[in-house]
Design a protein around this ligand. Structure first.
Ligand code: PLP
Length: 389
């Protein structure tokens, strides 16, 4: 049985896994203690649950539990990582290298840092969406304190050469930050093998709850220090004050554990369905893949349907199939996607783009339905525009 509407916008957010929900419930109802309450059982119980979740989260990315700082999500983790490093290492330098295709949570934070006296270099990407390693080398100067390159892009799914970039940072004595919000839980990540010093990720992009995320902060080789961006009771080793969101953190931990165990198996299925959707839609004329088809998340497919305005195309199937045009995060502003512009698309092709994001809950029936209805919608809209409506 096919349930409509079909959700294919998993890069914006994901469905909460029922097993995650079940793990969270007792921390709303019975175990409502404050994890910072040291004097009684309610507090101990909550603290124990947070400790356990910290291990589950750390394990997904090969970190030590102590290196995980819980936040309200990846946006906050991006802010904490970038501003926290900029302020803490001010005596060493003020230069940060990042990339034009980063998420707004990184780009807007960098713009803020520029106002505070920071100097930011924005690396361009090629038509695949990848940075040029040579231009990274050239951008490094004595004042460079941080390189910030996202693991995988939220709009086109392109995966950067993180290990190589991290090695370059390390060789030059520069810290390496990555926004891994789209990658975590979808592809294997190991902060040690990948030479990562700081990493932002979020529960709701991996079937966990909204409003919970983490910043990984390396404690050894090198030990990274941060200036807190939230002052208060000194929670999270003084790096992020505020009473911990215990149910959210428990859910995040469970989500990470499930991804660690099931990622391999899920990926095979998700990629198979993504490839089917993509190859069937590519059979239409003038349809193009945006970004590298090779170095890409298994769940993401961003296509441009030439000669079509994606907003009018989406109107044809919007009530049955949920996708997004451009980035969900910027589509409120309806400005053409800066990511697609950066990989060289002209305005028409940007406006003709649709992003599909699959998940472990996507079924073959749903993909077959989507293929059929989107093909029909494309033909219909193209015909209508051909005859001037
Ligand atoms: C979703 C997303 C964010 C923001 O995460 P929140 O937890 O919603 O704040 C940041 N970066 C990337 C790459 C994302 O996909």
């Amino acid at each position: 049985m096919l349930n409509l509407p079909i959700y294919l916008d998993n890069n914006a957010t994901t469905k909460l896994d029922e097993r995650v929900f079940e793990a969270m419930v007792p921390y709303f109802t019975e175990h409502y203690g404050n994890a910072a309450s040291r004097s009684h059982f309610f507090g101990w119980e909550a603290e124990e649950a947070v400790d356990y979740a910290r291990e589950q989260v750390a394990q997904l990315v090969g970190a030590e539990p102590k290196e995980i700082v819980f936040t309200s999500g990846a946006t906050e983790a991006d802010n904490l990582g970038l501003k926290g490093i900029f302020e803490m290492y001010a005596t060493k330098g003020n230069h940060i290298i990042t990339v034009v295709t980063e998420h707004k949570a990184v780009l807007d934070t960098c713009a803020h840092i520029e106002k505070l006296g920071g100097e930011i270099t924005y690396l361009n990407v090629d038509k695949e969406g990848l940075i040029d390693i040579e231009s990274l080398h050239k951008a490094i100067k004595p004042s460079t304190i941080l390189i910030a390159v996202m693991y995988a892009n939220n709009e086109i799914g392109v995966i950067q050469s993180i290990r190589e970039i991290g090695a370059i940072a390390r060789k030059n004595g520069i810290l390496f930050f990555t926004d891994a919000t789209q990658a975590a839980g979808k592809i294997p990540i190991n902060v040690n093998n990948d030479n990562i010093d700081l990493m932002a990720f979020s529960a709701h992009k991996m079937h966990g709850p909204k409003g919970t995320g983490a910043l990984y902060v390396r404690r050894r080789n090198p030990r990274v220090r941060l200036m807190a961006q939230m002052d208060g009771g000194g929670h999270e080793k003084n790096m992020r004050s505020g009473t911990l969101n215990v149910p959210g953190i428990v859910g995040f931990g469970k989500a990470c554990e499930l991804r660690r165990i099931e990622m391999g198996k899920d990926t095979i299925q998700i990629k198979k369905l993504r490839d089917k959707l993509e190859s069937e839609l590519l059979k239409l004329e003038h349809v193009y893949i945006n970004g590298s088809a090779k170095s890409r998340l298994p769940n993401t497919c961003n296509l441009s349907f030439k000669y079509i305005d994606s907003e009018s195309l989406m109107q044809e199937f919007n009530k049955d199939i949920a996708v997004s045009s451009g980035s969900a995060c910027t589509s409120a502003t309806l400005e053409p996607s800066y990511v697609l512009k950066a990989i060289g698309l002209n305005n028409d092709l940007v406006r003709a783009s649709i992003r599909f994001g699959l998940s472990r809950f996507t079924t073959e029936d749903e993909i077959d339905y989507a293929i059929d209805h989107i093909r029909k919608a494309v033909l219909k809209v193209r015909e209508a525009s051909l005859f001037g409506k």
